[in-house]
Design a protein around this ligand. Structure first.
Ligand code: PLP
Length: 405
């Protein structure tokens, strides 16, 4: 029998690689939009595990799928296929533009697959020199060396030696800047339709349409990283459905498994056809346990009951934030789509987003930042209205605490 060690927040500083700065409390239990810590203290969760627990904690449909599959078959590797993966892929295809799916375990891995596919497609179909990737400042695509290099935040990619080459970054929502670097050597334009980590910036429709047209003109692929913005977060299953522009490759992760690690890359038959047995792969990708949970999450999220409730909740959040701003004058902008909402801090609070997180946690509220200047809300898509009201009252207290500090 394994011995149950006594651990707490200070254990973190002794045993975990020091790449995170977690909150001072340790969550031990969650239900819906509520979380409890080691001391039994209750929190309202507007962080959603960074836009992951889209149906809240321990949603009954996900727990049932996990238990059922957990007692049936966990893992086979891709030497064998499995029913949950085949069902999940079929449902994702039925719900989107895509004809083919590749499963992986994290957002970064789905993006790694997407970028490799985009380059392989261009090299196979067009020319060995068609390898340039156009990406955007402030973009975030994950933490592998390729994905941090395509990401537009040098603080994440510097200090690890030579980076993958032939990647250029231009300002987001700037069509002229894309046009200036687009050429026949470009294999792909990669973007988050809503920049998440970069500060909750929604792509403008005219910009997206223009990029789509440039991609068509130069035979480059349009890759949408919907790792954060997908699976209902924006109020539609995927954000591209809001914005009226269809990508050639789309990645999704975070909410896909509702908290169980799983990701997917979706693409068309034509693009998928350049891949052969052995061109790419993963051991865990598409394992039965992950796919069974993701199938249950998709079945719940992709329904009018869930999707149609998101717009209303968005309005409730934004109104509460506006009310707080009228009283305390802390925000310079409130933006986002669906339940991915950013409140940008006014000049005098710039760089202090983390102070608001700390104050909120002390008041019993879990929220996120998106960079140093933006407070981010990414709650459960089915968060109860009473929880929003109660959580926003706690947020107001946290704002007072920061102002008075
Ligand atoms: C979180 C995120 C990723 C990385 O996902 P991981 O699961 O952490 O690898 C990639 N792209 C976007 C847009 C994200 O928000």
């Amino acid at each position: 029998m394994s011995e149950k060690l006594s651990v707490n927040r200070s254990t973190f500083d002794q045993v975990i690689l020091p790449v995170y700065a977690p909150a001072q409390f340790v969550p031990v239990k969650g239900k819906g939009s509520r979380v409890w810590d080691q001391q039994g203290r209750e929190y309202i969760d507007f962080s959603g595990g960074i836009a992951v627990t889209a149906l809240g904690h321990c949603h009954p449909a996900l727990v049932a799928a996990l238990k059922q599959q957990g007692e049936t078959l966990w893992h086979t590797s891709n030497v064998f296929t499995n029913e949950p993966a085949l069902r999940l892929a079929s449902k994702l295809i039925a719900a989107t533009f895509a004809d083919r799916v590749f499963f992986a375990n994290s957002g970064a891995e789905a993006n790694e697959a997407a970028f490799k596919l985009a380059r392989h497609y261009a090299v196979t179909r067009h020319s060995p020199y068609k390898t340039k990737i156009i990406a955007f400042h402030n973009a975030f695509h994950g933490r592998t060396l390729f994905t941090v290099s395509v990401g537009g935040q040098p603080k994440y990619s510097d200090g690890f030696g030579p980076k993958p080459a032939d990647i250029v970054h231009v300002p987001f929502n700037d069509l002229a800047a894309v046009k200036a670097v687009m050429d026949d050597h470009t294999c792909a334009v990669v973007m988050e339709p809503i920049q998440g980590e970069g500060g909750i910036t929604v792509a403008e429709m005219a910009f997206l349409k223009g990029v789509r047209e440039l991609c068509n003109q130069y035979q480059a692929l349009l890759v949408f990283d919907e790792v954060q913005s997908g699976m209902g977060r924006s109020g539609k299953l995927f954000t591209y459905m809001h914005l009226g522009v269809t990508p050639d490759i789309l990645t999704t992760a975070k909410a896909l498994g509702g908290g169980f690690p799983v990701s997917a890359m979706l693409t068309t038959e034509e693009i998928a056809s350049v891949m052969q047995v052995g061109t790419h792969g993963t051991t865990y990708g598409g394992n039965p346990l992950a796919c069974a949970v993701a199938e249950a999450a998709l079945d719940v999220i992709n329904t009018p009951e869930v999707l149609n409730g998101i717009e209303h909740r968005h309005g409730v959040f934004v109104q509460a934030l506006q009310k707080i701003d009228r009283k305390y004058g802390v925000f310079s902008d409130i933006r986002g789509l669906g339940l991915l909402i950013g409140a940008e801090l006014k000049a005098e609070y710039r760089g202090k987003a983390r102070d608001f997180l700390t104050a909120a946690a002390a008041r019993g509220l879990m929220i996120l930042n998106a960079g140093p200047d933006v407070i981010r809300f990414a709650p459960s898509l089915v968060v109860e209205l009473e929880d929003i009201e109660e959580g926003m009252a706690l947020f107001e207290l946290a704002v007072q605490d920061v102002i008075n500090a």
